[in-house]
Design a protein around this ligand. Sequence first.
Ligand code: ARG
Length: 258
Amino acid sequence: MVEIVKILFISLFIITLTAFSGCTDKTTEQAGQGKIYIVGTEPYFPPFEYADENNSNKIVGFDVDLINAIAADQGFRVQWKDLEFDALIPALQSGQIDIIASGMTITDEHEKVVDFTEPYINAGLALAVAADNEEIKSIDDLKGKVAAVQQGSTGSQAAEKLKAEGKIGNIIYLAHVNDIILNIQNGRADFMINDLPVTNAYISKHPGVIKIVDDKLQSESYGFAVKSGNNELLNMLNTGLENVKQDGTYDEIMAKYF
Ligand code: ARG
């Protein structure tokens, strides 16, 4: 009799344990539920996307926080993929990634091949030179001067336009903003055309290297991009963006990075 009671108790104990662990499993599943979307970015573009100072494998920044907030609002999960900037649109078209979040400017040219969300921030292009450059004071002083730009960026298009008009010399195309700055420092390039918020962030972090001579070369807005016709995802991003703007999350992210 005692044995039977013992067995009964043990069985009950096991059943209860199983039931509870079952519960725990469910909760974790629920917390991590939602479809996973792959977000492509070129993460050398602070303050929008860059490696965390304490963990270089982790991408942080304005775009990262904003996409994460939208994902939480819309109940999907994201996985980040590091690509060169000019590889992002091909990766989106081939289905390697689902979303581009990379400080990408909404342009007519890009709009022909991808779909953009509503603009999520205003930006623009700035002309910058070495901090000790006394020669270049405006866009009119660039004749014959060498430009350094990011491959595939609106900065590179602006430089190409100036070159076609005979207003500048050669153009050096580089993969990352850091390489652009390096070319200015070592004198291989005379000036750079890059996104104003990124150039400003560089200057406040590394004073005395470069200076801005024109901060209104062109005004722009950034959007997140999805594959043309992916309306389901586009709607989720737009609704999420609207919601995080309404509930104050957007302003918090803004205050954190700017
Ligand atoms: N806004 C510019 C463009 O769309 C440059 C963006 C570069 N972004 C980056 N993460 N490197 O062409």
